[in-house]
Design a protein around this ligand. Structure first.
Ligand code: AMP
Ligand code: ZN
Length: 463
């Protein structure tokens, strides 16, 4: 069995990406903290790792893809207080907006979108394991801390010796931890904050622990791949490893992938620097698809610089591909020639595409291979046989599909996007997530479709 290569942050090398169980990949991607619309930088891991998933599936694998929703945290609580409402109202609102952006960006629905607040039992279970093994300790005010120095492997992902970490660590006023390096796995409640009962008093989970608990619950003790933006390497992923490996006694994630930053004027786009553009705003002006194209146009580990002009140029590039594909349909319908040269050209472009993707998900070169195919199609379509043209169309659709592009062709009566929404609604209903199911139904209605629940499953009808 051949495997693609990926750059593993843990070993700092390109390695063959071999899953624990051949043909099945278990992947966990850190998702958003839902207190606002996502910005263009947040969309980078979303699009990059969705493309990785699509590629692994294209190569015949099953992928279990879990992406969490951080629905309790300081920023959510702050926003709720500002609006005079509760944390869950804020979290549900922006979770829904996030899903809307994901659909706009043609992101395949994850296998599961676990929410932190729905895994309090699992979170407490892992904290109990850590306390029992001496890796965590409760303190008087209801906080529970991880005993960082006891974990001899701490720092292995970010390649930082413990001495380097020591110099930067401080104990803040009011913190009762034993050591500046220790970090909270449970936060005792403060007045006016949402709280859950626990053996250590009312409180809420720390941020890092939710991912350890939800990865364990949904994917098992050892997962194949954990990913996120490069800013998560330290401390978030380092702390996840510490918690999971100390609690479970085995490797947490076998591979680690991190995307580089989306920059603006050579600085990281972020809420705190206030130099961000939301996906929603950019999509309103340019459309969603050029955003996805843009985010895949560079190698995922390199920095990518955002400007409106470059996203607009992506729109123009996409239009060239749409035109090529439409012309191809026309050529198929009117084919009278017998040429077969395009068959080999399409196969060559496909090989090039696979070679690029196999080499650490080089979407930039993969896109170049698609354009090469488009050029060959444009040159040869008038002289090719129908069968040859149909073969080229199949290759074209497969490759653009792996990139998650060209999803706005409305050749089909029901657009893919609508079908995907209907599927997501069915999944939400199965999970008894009525709020989400209803929100999707409303969105479909807005697009001019109704879903009828029939004995054979949901049927989509155009109004
Ligand atoms: P956050 O909601 O800040 O935890 O971010 C959600 C995801 O977006 C994480 O995987 C971050 O690493 C990623 N992210 C945040 N800002 C950027 C950026 N400017 N470029 C690339 N990825 C980012
Ligand atoms: Zn995480």
């Amino acid at each position: 069995m051949e495997h693609m290569k990926i750059f593993n942050t843990m070993t700092r090398q390109k390695e063959e990406f071999i899953p624990l169980k051949e043909g099945e990949y278990r992947i966990y991607v850190c998702g958003p903290t839902v207190y606002n619309f996502i910005h263009m930088g947040n969309a980078r891991p979303v699009c990059v790792f969705d493309t990785l998933r699509r590629y692994l599936e294209y190569r015949g694998n099953r992928v279990l893809y879990v992406s969490n929703i951080t629905d309790i945290d300081d920023k959510i609580i702050k926003k709720a207080n500002e609006e005079g409402t509760t944390y869950d109202v804020i979290a549900r609102r922006y979770e829904e907006e996030y899903f809307k952006d994901c659909r706009g960006l043609n992101v395949k629905p994850a296998t599961a979108y676990p929410r932190a607040t729905e895994h309090i039992d699992e979170i407490q279970a892992i904290i109990k394991d850590l306390i029992e093994k001496g890796y965590a300790y409760p303190v008087e005010n209801g906080d529970v801390y991880f005993r960082t120095r006891k974990d001899k492997n701490y720092g292995k992902l970010s390649h930082q010796p413990i001495e380097d970490l020591e110099s930067g660590a401080r104990i803040a006023v009011g913190e009762l931890k034993e050591d500046p390096l220790d970090f909270a796995v449970w936060k005792g409640s403060k007045p006016g904050e949402p709280a859950w009962d626990s053996p250590w008093g009312p409180g809420r989970p720390g941020w890092h622990i939710e991912c350890s608990a939800m990865a364990r619950r949904h994917l098992g003790n050892t997962i194949d791949l954990h990913c996120g933006g490069v800013d998560l390497v330290f401390p978030h992923h380092e702390n996840e490893i510490a918690q999971s490996e100390c609690a479970n006694g085995c490797t947490f994630a076998r591979y680690w992938m991190h995307n580089g930053f989306l920059n603006i004027d050579n600085r990281k786009m972020s809420k705190s620097l206030n130099n961000f553009f939301t996906v929603r705003d950019v999509a309103a002006e340019v459309g969603y698809e050029p955003i996805r194209f843009f985010l895949l146009s560079g190698h995922y580990r390199s920095p990518l610089n955002y400007t409106r002009e470059v996203v607009e140029s992506c729109k123009a590039s996409l239009e060239r591909l749409y035109t090529c594909r439409d012309n191809l349909d026309f050529a198929i319908a009117h084919a009278e020639s017998s040429g077969t040269e395009l068959t080999e050209k399409a196969a060559a472009a496909q090989r090039k595409f696979i070679e690029a993707m196999d080499d650490d998900l080089n979407t930039a070169d993969a896109i170049a291979a698609v354009f090469e195919l488009a050029r060959e199609i444009n040159t040869l379509s008038a002289t090719s046989s129908r069968e040859t043209l149909e073969g080229a169309a199949k290759t074209f659709d497969e490759l653009t599909g792996v990139l998650g592009l060209l999803y706005n062709r409305e050749k089909d009566e029901i657009p893919d996007k609508v079908k995907q929404l209907a599927e997501e609604r069915a999944a939400a209903r199965k999970e008894k997530n009525w709020a989400r199911a209803d929100a999707i139904r409303d969105e479909l209605a807005g697009m001019g479709y109704v879903v009828e629940d029939t004995a054979n499953g949901p049927k989509i009808v155009k109004k």
